[in-house]
Design a protein around this ligand. Sequence first.
Ligand code: NAD
Length: 253
Amino acid sequence: MRRFEGAVAVVTGAGSGLGRASAQRLAAEGANVVAVDVNTDAVLDVVASLPTPGIHVTADVSDEDAVDAYMAAGIEAFGQIDLFHLNAGIFGSFAPIPDLTVDDFERVMAVNVRGQFLGLRAALRHYRDRDVGGSIVFTASIAGHRGSADLLPYQTSKHAVTGLVHGAAMYGGPLGVRVNGVAPGIVPTELFAAAATTRGGGNDMTARAATTPLRRAGTPEDIAGVVAFLLSDDAAYTTGEIVTADGGASIVN
Ligand code: NAD
């Protein structure tokens, strides 16, 4: 099924992991892709892998001018943007709360919250001006509805994503704009590899994944399937929702 024939999708953090899989899934279903990432080589590689026309934009999503620039580049290339997967995010530091620096906190909030806000605002301005409706999906996290003693900046930022989804769904609904999120559980990506290094012992993701109902870690493609569903008309009556995709990890008592 090619649900996105003729549509144009922005994917942030498209150079790796979940964003890469999302760009590939949306393109496989017909979308032209505006692939955004701070890592130029990675995002060039993704665009080269797509079966549909795509462009890469090197941009830091926490930079207001860079967000305007990726919107302008997408519109110049394809005329309009129909779908947004606002996905770029970082883990930041693992540390007990008393040991966190202000910089530790602000670095994560800059990318995961300000960056998501800037992408959201740009998307909603574009949708408001076009007045044809649209769809936005954020990458949230199961960390957005849980606590963890050594991951405060990240989990705070992902709780904030829930606020962005809810507020934006309220604003966008009357305009025909749906706003949802996907909350992945354990998906081994570069982000998780970096976390394993910084966090050290106790971060055995394979062992944790084996305790979930589905007995395995997720794949970027597992998450891309949910993103594609939420962006598509198959989810036409779903907005303001965070769909968990964690192999059932959240229901374990
Ligand atoms: P990843 O590190 O593999 O990919 C993230 C991509 O985002 C990279 O290509 C990176 O260069 C890019 N990026 C980072 N900061 C950026 C910035 N300021 N501007 C533009 N691009 C930037 O990680 P991933 O696991 O694919 O993570 C993607 C999203 O999924 C993140 O929001 C993360 O919090 C979320 N998430 C991941 C998991 C998981 O298990 N991997 C679980 C829950 C949520």
